[in-house]
Design a protein around this ligand. Structure first.
Ligand code: MSP
Length: 641
């Protein structure tokens, strides 16, 4: 094992949301870097984990009738199983509830205290009584949506970290270590923030119980970031791996990693991580993913439908790492077909089947084509350079350039013609060996990004050694394949039909969403009733309620509760709506009737029919639904607001 070590981390994810593709994005990118560094000969450790303390978790657990730890166990396990399903190799998974973690957080505290950077003070803030938490973004007089009354001002004793003492030292550090914060434009944001001057930070609470006790003063528990950031050390406790080489994070938590964390470490006299890289946000169809929008995408339905490398490829290829990027199911399947099925998959199957067909499955011995050799070598250097800078999209672009050069070479050489010409056998050998060699280099080169597909192609090329064991010297162009027997050929990226593939993923998304909702627990009805939840007018106007008229109504085969309706809501085409009202209404009772429709509900497939909205009805406990209606005549398409 090499003694050159490389230690990188993903953030530790909060257990108050279930894993989604935003979390997967960071974890996939980190795992790709881990593989790349292994290929470069480093002894690599990649850590991830869960951030489990705080009031939100305590409350969610209570609503589920569980202890906070029991609740955190469930969600933490879901993160771990998601990474398993995506076949991501996470070397250590650290939880803030692990015992060794509490010890290291206390050690950090005590060292900072001994060095004079921690003092006791009071913290005064607006406090939400139901949530039992300080609210950071409210002004005095603001109403607490949970009580309808103004927030209370509460003062409590806290320990403070003297962040203000680090303004100059941090600025000097950024200056002396230009690669500490990447990308550069983000570094400029951090520098500008620090230049405004830093204020001290409250790092403990007495008002919270679900946290790590401060040994020095046990009525306090550590407050979020002091606890969370320290997992980067406790995850590799006793392994001699600190400092980390890289913290990979999303841009919204850069300040904590590039300002708080180095200041804590400086105060303790511990070494700083070498680099913090903040990537951009993954959006869904250019919109922020959020629970209220109902547009959160989970990764498992994608990997189950398209294989684990499809999502990796899309995220790494489509988004310029560091910038925001957008995900959509259509774009995912589109990229898969054009680049994976037609590009890499096609090069592999075509090259291997020609060797099978014309040379009985043995790579012939010949000279490699020099021009292709140069193109592959140049493309390899470009890809490695881009990988090294974490410019994944550019790295993959360089690899796909190689693929298209080799494709063109095969078409020009037309081996299927050479095969018929007895005088062209040498040229055929040359063509087959060159294509196989190019495929070998491309497969090795793409393996950090697409490890599973690369392993499959590698095996088919006749190698027994796993592709993950390769070092960069394997990327050198040569003719080592001559005489090699290839293995059984299997397509790695079968073409997928857009519509059924997207529909399948969307259906699985609903199943997964329901499973997660069940796992997270919805607050019990009694508790909701005790604390009215207010929404603001914007929340309400986001719901597009419209008057519609039922044009047709039919039963749905095999579903005695459902009716298949066509409802005119004043658009060019009537909406298809599948409604669970068949036990209360006969189809003929509905035709011509005016109803209220939620027109902007995400389409959802029920019994093979895509429902494009929802019909509004009173829902009576144990009774039949009663459709909302108007006493006066109202025009079709009118909005309710
Ligand atoms: N617990 C803190 C981090 C503590 S690290 C010491 C936290 N957790 S989180 O669950 O909110 O995860 C945030 C991280 O998840 C982001 O920084 C990013 O890595 C990833 N992402 C979550 N949603 C994302 C997107 N929509 N897009 C890109 N990354 C996102 O913050």
């Amino acid at each position: 094992m090499s003694n050159r070590k490389y230690y990188l981390t993903t953030p530790i994810y909060y257990v108050n949301a279930a894993p989604h593709i935003g979390h997967a994005y960071t974890t996939i990118a980190a795992e790709t870097i881990a593989r790349l560094k292994r290929m470069q000969g480093y002894d690599v450790v990649l850590t991830s984990g869960t951030d489990e303390h705080g009031t939100k978790v305590e409350r969610a657990a209570k609503a589920k009738g569980k202890t906070p730890k029991e609740y955190a166990d469930i969600i933490s396990a879901d993160f771990q199983s998601t990474w398993k399903k995506l076949e991501l190799q996470i070397d250590r998974f650290q939880r803030t509830t692990n015992e060794n973690h509490a010890r290291i957080v206390n050690e950090l505290f005590e060292r900072c205290l001994a060095n004079g950077y921690i003092y006791k003070g009071t913290y005064t803030g607006l406090y939400a009584v139901v949530s039992e938490a300080f609210v950071n973004d409210a002004k005095p007089g603001d109403l607490d949506p949970e009580t309808g009354k103004p927030y209370e001002e509460v003062t409590e004793e806290n320990y403070f970290f003297k962040l203000s003492a680090f303004t100059e030292r941090l600025l000097e550090y950024y200056e002396a270590n230009p690669n500490f914060i990447r990308p550069d434009f983000r570094k400029n944001e951090v520098v500008a923030f620090v230049k405004q001057g830093l204020v001290d930070l409250s790092i403990t609470r007495t008002s919270i119980t679900w946290g790590i006790p401060v040994n020095h003063d046990p009525k306090h528990v550590f407050y979020v970031w002091f606890d969370a950031l320290t997992t980067y050390m406790s995850a590799v406790d006793g392994e001699g791996r600190w400092p980390a080489d890289l913290h990979l994070i999303g841009k919204e938590i850069l300040r904590f990693h590039a300002v708080f964390w180095p200041a804590f470490l400086m105060a303790a006299g511990w070494e700083l991580p070498k680099e913090v890289f903040a990537h951009g946000w993954l959006l869904f169809e250019n919109d922020k993913m959020s629970k209220t929008r109902g547009n959160i995408v989970r990764p498992a339905p994608i990997s189950e439908t398209m294989g684990v490398d499809a999502l990796r490829y899309f995220l790494l290829r489509e988004i310029v790492f560091g910038q925001d990027g957008s995900f959509s199911f259509d774009a995912l399947v589109g990229r898969y077909n054009s680049d994976l099925a037609n590009g890499l998959g096609n090069l592999a199957s075509r090259t291997l089947s020609m060797i099978q067909q014309y040379r009985g499955g043995v790579v012939p011995d010949a000279e490699c084509d020099a021009a292709i050799g140069e193109a592959v070598t140049g493309g390899t250097a470009a890809a490695l350079d881009a990988y090294e800078k974490f410019e994944f999209s550019r790295a993959l672009e360089a690899i796909w350039n190689i693929i298209s050069v080799v494709d063109k070479f095969i078409v020009e050489r037309a081996p299927w013609k050479l095969a018929k010409d007895p005088h062209a056998q040498r040229k055929l050998d040359e063509t087959l060996l060159t294509s196989a060699e190019a495929l070998r280099v491309v497969t090795a080169l793409v393996s950090p990004a697409l490890p599973h597909a690369a392993q499959a192609i590698w095996r088919q090329l006749g190698f027994n050694e796993p592709v993950a064991a390769l070092r960069t010297d394997a990327l050198a162009w040569g003719s080592a394949l001559a005489g090699q027997k290839i293995a059984e050929i299997k397509g790695v990226f079968p073409r997928l039909d857009l519509k059924p593939t997207v529909e399948k993923m969307q259906e699985l998304e609903i199943v997964e969403k329901n499973r997660q909702a069940e796992m997270m627990g919805v607050p019990k009805t009694a508790e909701v009733a005790a604390a009215p939840v207010y929404i603001d007018i914007d929340d309400f106007t986001r719901v597009d309620l419209r008057v519609g008229q039922v044009k047709s109504a039919e039963p749905v085969k095999g579903a005695d509760k459902l009716l298949h309706l066509k409802v005119d809501i004043g658009e060019a085409e009537p909406r298809t709506i599948v409604a669970g009202i068949a036990l209360a209404y006969k189809p003929e009772q509905l035709i011509g009737r005016k109803v209220v429709i939620v027109a902007n509900l995400a389409p959802r497939k029920l019994r093979g029919i895509t429902s494009q909205g929802m019909i509004v009805a009173a829902s009576l406990e144990g009774g039949a639904p009663v459709l909302a209606a108007f006493l006066e005549d109202v025009p079709v398409g009118a909005r309710l607001k």
